[in-house]
Write a protein that binds this ligand. Sequence first.
Ligand code: SF4
Ligand code: SF4
Length: 146
Amino acid sequence: MAYVVTEACIKCKYQDCVEVCPVDCFYEGENMLVIHPDECIDCGVCEPECPVEAIVPDTEPDIEKWAEINREYSEKWPNITKKGETPPDADEWKDKTGKAELFSPEPAKRWGGPPPIRARLERRPAGAGGWALSSFFSMNLRPSVL
Ligand code: SF4
Ligand code: SF4
């Protein structure tokens, strides 16, 4: 199981969740964050931190679309480990529904410089010891322009 960021995050992106994640498995798009499902250790501490209740377990019904978005874009967007600036109009969007069509596939624009190398948590097959920090390292993609 992993946790998933859903539609409610779009155009809010408060980033309170980022500060509490023990394994830094959030990735930042232009107008929302996602969680890497293979890095999330299912601790659940981010779920109550989100002011708009955008974070849910992937066991929730009808979550497949957002689970797939989290998987796909956590491989494309830059990793975020510290809370940055909240969008100035976040409060105006926090209670709105039907935001899915506003999803942006673009990565966060404030990132620049060379791609970081960071340790990645790999999920091991059931029965092989569960979670473990592997020696596998991944390159996180960053946009080439600010
Ligand atoms: S706290 Fe909620 S709204 Fe803010 S970035 Fe995290 S998931 Fe998105
Ligand atoms: S459940 Fe835990 S490990 Fe997964 S994203 Fe939330 S804080 Fe990070």
